[in-house]
Design a protein around this ligand. Structure first.
Ligand SMILES: [Zn+2]
Length: 344
């Protein structure tokens, strides 16, 4: 190579470089141009410089000085453009929007019905009750026979039962757990039996074919209706508030005698009457009564020695009246937008 050729390559690079540097519209593009021009590995300037050694010894000094001048000019032009691009970006402002709400971490919540069950269980746990569970696919004797339902008793019509076979049913209430528990453990017995029960109902705004129930049972010597009233009134005050008033109305269940429904004064209107309490001032909370002697005998206990009381409540109804939910079906829809309102 001769000096003239080396110098003309340098001049060509210098004149071509300026428009290429100016054309870089972003820092990424600028980086590409810089690497193409003066990159150590594949830069065009570096390629020309590699030919320096091919020149005659006396030509190298002039060639070196000229190359150095071109390199300084290229670096200055590059730095000028980089500063321009950086200034333009600073003027645009940051590309992220700090006012955008952060994405929240997913937090599960407890289902409103489970919330009611947990709270009821907790109140009775303080009173010495333990939890007892039983099967949902139940023998009809436990579901009806042991609970004093004669085979053709009109009370059977109260339950439209889902049969799994001639003697196997999906339990229509949690009361079979009473008999199962009494067969297994001698009194004194104080249990709470939460669980799902099944009825042959259509899904409509106030009915579901499957729903939760909470059963309570106390059996011991000398247990009276006064114990029932005192315990359930205490529960109502713990659950609904210290000044909650309760009332007991006579009722009928085959497995208790006498039987009662317990109402609490409507917490929404304070007893004056409103839509939630259907203008009555009272909301029905649970059914209860003294355990029928026939049930105690069916479980193998001496009904002359032992007495007891029991109650059953529907936590879904409690959740509905507590939150003013207009349609029971939303409790079973698994719609996360509805359910996530019930964080503890
Ligand atoms: Zn009311």
């Amino acid at each position: 190579m001769i000096l003239a050729e080396f110098l003309s390559q340098l001049a060509a690079l210098e004149s071509a470089a300026s428009p290429r540097i100016t054309a870089a519209e972003s820092l990424d593009a600028w980086t590409e141009v810089r690497n193409a021009l003066v990159g150590r590995q594949a830069g065009e300037f570096t390629a020309i410089m590699n030919a320096l050694g091919e020149l005659a010894k006396e030509e190298r000094r002039e060639a070196g000085q000229r190359a150095n001048g071109v390199k300084v000019a290229l670096e200055e032009a590059l730095e000028t453009r980089r500063a321009q691009l950086a200034a333009a970006m600073a003027e645009q402002g940051p590309t992220l929007d700090p006012t955008m709400p952060a994405r929240d971490r997913w937090r599960g919540t407890v289902h409103p019905v489970s919330l009611v069950i947990d709270e009821v269980v907790e109140i009775f746990r303080e009173l010495g009750f333990t939890i007892a569970l039983g099967p949902e696919a139940e023998h009809s004797w436990y579901n009806f026979g042991a609970l004093n339902f004669p085979a053709d008793h009109p009370a059977m019509d109260m339950h439209d039962t889902l049969y799994l076979g001639s003697e196997q049913v999906l339990r229509t209430h949690t009361s079979p757990v009473q008999v199962r528990t009494l067969q297994q453990y001698p009194p004194p017995v104080r249990i709470l039996a939460p669980g799902n029960v099944y009825r042959r109902d259509f899904f409509d705004p106030s009915h579901a074919p499957m729903f939760a129930q909470i059963e309570g049972l106390v059996v011991d010597e000398g247990v009276s209706f006064a114990d029932l009233k005192a315990t359930l009134s205490h529960f109502a005050r713990r659950y609904f508030g210290a000044h909650t008033r309760t009332r007991f109305r006579p009722s009928y269940f085959p497995f208790t005698e006498p039987s009662a429904e317990m109402d609490v004064q409507c917490g929404v209107c304070g007893g004056n009457g409103c839509g939630v309490c259907k203008q009555s001032g009272w909301v029905e909370i649970l059914g209860a009564g003294m355990v029928h002697p026939a049930v105690l005998e069916a479980a193998g206990l001496d009904s002359e020695k032992y007495t007891g009381w029991a109650f059953g409540m529907g936590p879904a109804r409690t959740a509905i009246s507590r939150h003013g939910i207009p349609d029971i079906r939303v409790l079973y829809d698994s719609d996360v937008r509805f359910l996530e309102q019930f964080g503890r």
